[in-house]
Design a protein around this ligand. Structure first.
Ligand code: TRP
Length: 444
């Protein structure tokens, strides 16, 4: 079956490994060993793929500026799936990132027809309170914002619209002659959400990571393309030399790039009509070609921004697996039985767990004989994703289940209890967060 990533439809992701080949998403396996204290989602392979996360890692290691950004469409209740994105934002903020969280009210209004007023209340009550309760910090360069109120982002969205045309965008999103213009605008708004942390008002070009579910990848790919199209130069490695292509640079800008390069000892600089080559690279023991390329890229980006250009770095992304719904299939905001909302009554949540689909067998005797199948169990998934900090405990539970020693009833009761405790605490923290909304610039 064909893998289809569709941010607004039902998602069929049969096999995540296909995403690597078909869409050019890289496996997170190579990143994992480099991280000193990976998030449990990373350790447990829930975050399985990325684009360009190396750029973020490098900044993190060197204590250089970087940012994390993601968004939430206020169209229903926030559930444990959304909480993953929230936790990923907060984790990166703790690692030193400037953090941006968008409440995508323009998208909800344009695509789902939700009124502005409803967007506002859902945005605050479902998403913002939980984000703060989970640990989002008020910091100088961190922002929780409604799209409709962020005019720096909206102006950028308009500007990006000059680089994207109808055929291209319709091919990605399946737009037709009937598609509303506002729907198309909301696509540009999402790209602008992703790129605006790199505006000079927010400290200029920097690596930015977007944690999302794999269904949002079309947005990421488009945005990376748009970022590239806004650039005046392209810095490329060509074997043992580096070439700086003046994609859209004026002769004057080319000349300035040439002299800026000559002032440094990267190698021999030679300017041609539409590109500049740096050959005989000054590679030393501690400085490889990769480092030189990075330094040249940095110099070129600075040159671009000094000339009032954007100098965008293509945004990075990380992708997490979806949680299975409690009723099987995908966890969905529009199917209350399939998910547990973060504002769910704790007792009711426990009941949903007791009714959920597990990896158990048809009968008790069969289960004792064959053992359960935790990989097919929405309850076990809750433990892996959210309700156990302890990897050893999980391994033991897995083994007990497979060997037929642990029955679904026991497991469900245990998880129901944990979820009730979690929700009670989270909901208390949300009430405390309500008092703190002004610290985040949110008017109530
Ligand atoms: N489109 C996303 C959704 O459907 C929400 C969103 C808006 C977003 N802006 C974003 C996600 C920027 C990631 C980055 O939920």
């Amino acid at each position: 079956m064909e893998t289809k990533l569709d941010p607004w439809g039902i998602v069929h992701v049969e096999d995540y490994s296909k995403l690597f080949e078909e869409f050019g998403i890289s496996s997170f396996e190579d990143i994992l060993p480099v991280l000193r204290e990976p998030h449990p989602y990373m350790r447990r392979k829930i975050i399985f793929g990325h684009r360009n996360y190396d750029s973020v890692l490098r900044a993190m290691e060197r204590h250089e500026p970087f940012a994390v950004m993601s968004g939430f469409m206020p169209s229903g209740r926030a559930h444990f799936g959304h909480m993953m994105v929230m936790n990923e934002i907060i984790w990166h903020q703790k690692q030193g990132a400037d953090a941006f969280a968008a409440i995508a009210d323009m998208e909800a209004h344009a695509v789902r027809g939700i009124s502005w007023e409803k967007c506002r209340t859902l945005g605050i009550n479902e998403y913002i309170l939980s984000l703060i309760a989970l640990g989002f910090q008020p910091k100088e360069n961190s922002h929780i914002y409604f799209q409709s109120e962020n005019y720096k982002m909206r102006n950028l969205a308009f500007e990006l619209g000059r680089e994207a045309n109808f055929s291209e965008v319709s091919a990605i999103y399946g737009f037709t002659g009937e598609t509303h213009i506002s729907h198309m605008e909301s696509v540009m708004a999402q790209s602008a959400d992703i790129l605006h942390p790199q505006l000079k008002e927010f400290g200029g070009p920097k690596p930015v990571v977007i944690p999302v579910g794999a269904d949002q990848d079309p947005h990421i790919k488009l945005t990376r393309d748009l970022a590239y199209r806004m650039r005046k130069f392209l810095v490329e490695r060509r074997g043992d030399y580096i070439s700086i292509r003046g994609k859209l640079a004026s002769q004057e800008l080319m000349q300035e790039a040439e002299s800026a390069l000559q002032k440094r000892d990267f190698g021999t600089v030679k300017r041609y009509e539409e590109h500049i080559d740096v050959t005989n690279l000054c590679v030393k023991e501690a400085i490889g070609i990769k480092d030189l390329q990075e330094e040249i890229e940095h110099l070129i980006i600075t040159l671009e921004t000094e000339h009032g250009e954007y100098g965008f770095i293509p945004p990075a992304s990380i992708y997490h697996r979806f949680m299975t719904g409690l009723t099987g299939g995908k966890m969905s905001s529009s199917k209350p039985e399939s998910h547990i909302a973060l504002t769910e009554d704790p007792k009711e949540a426990g009941k949903k767990i007791m009714r959920a689909i597990t990896g158990g067998r048809q009968s008790l005797s069969e289960q004792k004989k064959l053992g359960g199948e935790p990989e097919k169990c929405s309850i076990y998934e809750f433990l892996v994703f959210h309700l156990s900090d302890d990897d050893k405990e999980l391994l033991e539970l897995d083994a007990e289940c497979r060997s037929g020693r642990r029955m679904c009833g026991t497991c469900k009761k245990d998880v129901a209890e944990r979820i009730e405790i979690f929700l009670r605490e989270h909901q208390q923290a949300r009430e405390a967060a309500r008092e703190r909304l002004p610290e985040f610039g949110i008017k109530v």
